[in-house]
Write a protein of this length. Structure first.
Ligand code: 3MF
Ligand code: MG
Length: 349
């Protein structure tokens, strides 16, 4: 196998082993306790765990700060004993009654305060778990009906929240995970370009970066490898959520490469050419098992996505760069297209 540049460590969140409910039907698999999930990571080839704040400390709103910290410390011990590392903590800002009308951009100042306080608690949990990374999926920042919010004001409210977090902890790094819609009709930070633009409005842009999720880029009509490249050009691709998506539908979170292998190849390529991971970035997955999967097969999507990544990494490493350069020089892009397809299919060119 040819030389590999990047350093690849894989992570996923406990929500990626789930019970299969969807908006139209109930659970179809038994729940798996977090402690059991953590035991599965290594066997599946993963060393990193992504957390929502309440994956780490369930029902945290009903607990004292002291109790939250105590439970976070107990979780850190469990992670250590499994040889696992926490990649990030993401405040779940879309579930509570206080975030019905948005979190940082709610029309109610008390609710905006709740969102900022909860984000600070997430930072405290992250510190206990040994990571300085906070992921913000801005799920309800946007609108269902445009006239309900002042969009310019919303942008500035998010900046205010980011500044509050940056001030709260001088070491925190904030990773914005953009998504164009769902649950909101129209997200106020729908793309990685918006997220990076937003970083420059904050008091410390060097500590605000992004996480690109393949399916979210596709839902926005973009190519995920281009979105990753855009963030890399700013040195702001601090994590990824690899998965796949078949067109403009609901957020499918399919296994990586499942819908479009070539698109997946180009994502692996852009990461590998930048030596992704050399600054400690993780290859995160955000994939859902199909509802049809039985209990015993409820983690295959994770192992399979990782294997697909590694197989595509081999395709990147064995790509004939001289041939590619010659075809580009000759401007014979039809032939280059043919070569790439043959290479991906393992056919002799
Ligand atoms: C939503 C998502 C989320 C986020 C997660 C961490 C359930 O479309 O992708 O996964 O990734 O909340 O920010
Ligand atoms: Mg995601």
């Amino acid at each position: 196998m040819a030389k590999i540049n990047g350093e690849y460590r894989f992570s996923f969140g406990p929500w990626n082993i789930h019970e299969g409910e969807d908006p139209f039907g109930p659970v179809v698999r038994r729940p798996v306790a977090l402690s059991r999930k953590l035991k599965l990571y290594k066997g599946l080839g993963f060393d990193g765990v992504q957390f929502h704040d309440d994956d780490a400390v369930p029902d945290l709103d009903s607990k004292s700060h002291e109790q939250v910290m105590k439970e976070a410390r107990a979780l850190k011990k469990r992670l250590d004993s499994e040889g696992l590392t926490a990649e990030f903590v993401a405040p779940r800002l879309w579930f509570a009654r206080e975030t019905i009308d948005g979190a940082y951009t709610s029309n109610d100042p008390k609710c905006r305060r709740y969102a900022i306080d909860r984000s600070k608690t997430s930072i405290d949990i992250a510190n206990v778990l040994g990571t300085n990374r906070i992921v913000l999926w801005l799920a309800r920042e946007g609108s269902y009906i445009r006239e309900t919010k002042n969009p310019r004001e919303e942008v500035l409210q998010i900046v205010e929240a980011l500044n509050a977090m940056l001030d709260y902890d001088p070491n925190v790094r904030i990773l914005i995970e953009p998504k164009p819609n769902e649950p909101v009709d129209s997200a106020i930070i729908p793309s990685i370009g918006h997220a990076i633009g937003l970083s420059y409005l904050t008091c410390d842009p060097a500590r605000v970066g992004g996480l690109v999720e393949s399916a979210h880029s596709i839902l926005a009509g973009f190519d995920p490898s281009d979105d990753m490249a855009y963030a890399l050009a700013h040195d702001k691709l601090w994590s990824v959520h690899l998965n796949d998506q078949s067109g403009l539908k609901f957020d499918e979170d399919k296994s990586f490469g499942s819908a479009d292998l070539r698109r997946a190849f180009n994502q692996v390529r852009v990461l590998e050419e930048y030596s992704y991971g050399r600054n400690g970035e993780w290859v995160g997955l955000d994939v859902k098992a199909m509802r049809t999967q039985k209990q015993a097969g409820n983690t295959k999507h994770l192992a399979n996505s990782r294997k697909t990544f590694l197989m595509l990494l081999d395709k990147v490493a064995t790509l004939d760069r001289d041939l590619e350069a010659a075809l580009i020089k000759a401007r014979d892009y039809e032939e280059l297209d043919r070569y790439i397809l043959c290479h991906l299919m393992g056919e002799k060119y």
